[in-house]
Design a binder for this molecule. Structure first.
Ligand code: HEM
Ligand code: HEM
Length: 177
């Protein structure tokens, strides 16, 4: 679409910022799990799970679109560190965004919880099993912290390019021209 040699196309940009916004919403809800009262906790964990599932679907759409419209090549003058790290860091971000929700689903259903989509419910009929949901909940949490850390480094790298190197790198993913 509006993909050019210098910047991502508008579908990729829209999906990037939607993904970033949803990571903040889902992550914040995740961190708040223990703050909810007993009577509202199940409601909020369900909201966390549904937005997390939406995020997973969006990442799949993004990866499908990425195959149709590969990212623009990095500018010739880009520093060697960015050239070496951008690919692996983005791959790791995608990996975490795909794996965290899957472990979240395991934690959710083995906690005996039921997905409530409003109009219908999805009940796997699995009994609460502490031996499974306890370790998976920990793994889900640790991977989420790894995602926050990596996304934070990614944000700092974008700001470094913008305000220290002044190389216009952020424009590649910025919505406005
Ligand atoms: C949770 C938050 C975020 C996540 C999960 C995330 C994830 C990603 C991923 C996976 C890519 C690779 C896109 C692709 O090639 O398919 C990317 C690219 C990019 N992101 Fe983010 N991002 C986040 C937040 C941000 C923020 C806050 C900024 C800037 C302020 C930013 C700036 C960029 C830029 C400039 C690129 C393009 C890099 C390039 O040209 O190779 N991102 N992001
Ligand atoms: C990328 C998406 C997601 C992120 C960033 C995320 C993040 C988090 C975080 C930070 C926690 C708290 C961990 C702790 O207290 O140490 C958490 C807990 C949890 N998440 Fe997620 N999550 C995501 C997706 C999902 C999905 C899709 C599901 C289910 C379908 C899910 C189910 C759960 C459950 C069941 C808990 C434990 C709640 C409890 O009983 O205390 N998460 N998540």
């Amino acid at each position: 679409m509006s993909q050019s040699p210098e910047r991502y196309g508008s579908p990729a940009i829209a999906l990037h910022w939607l993904t970033a916004a949803l990571v903040i919403v889902v992550g914040t809800l995740g961190l708040l799990h223990d703050s909810w009262s007993k009577s509202t906790q199940a409601f909020w964990i369900n909201i966390h799970a549904l937005i997390g599932l939406l995020l997973w679907v969006l990442v799949m759409v993004r990866l499908w679109w990425r195959r149709r419209e590969p990212p623009p090549a990095l500018p010739a003058g880009i520093d060697p560190l960015t050239r070496r790290l951008a690919g692996p860091v983005h791959a790791l971000l995608y990996g975490l965004l795909l794996v965290i929700p899957v472990i979240g689903i395991v934690t959710f259903v083995f906690h005996g919880r039921v997905f409530d989509f409003g109009l219908f419910q999805v009940d796997f009929g699995i009994k609460r099993n502490r031996a499974i949901f306890h370790p998976t909940e920990d793994i889900h949490g640790y991977l989420a912290y790894a995602l926050f850390t990596l996304a934070g480094i990614h944000l700092l790298a974008a700001l470094w390019h913008q305000f220290v190197r002044h190389d216009g790198f952020l424009r590649r993913m910025w919505p406005a021209r």
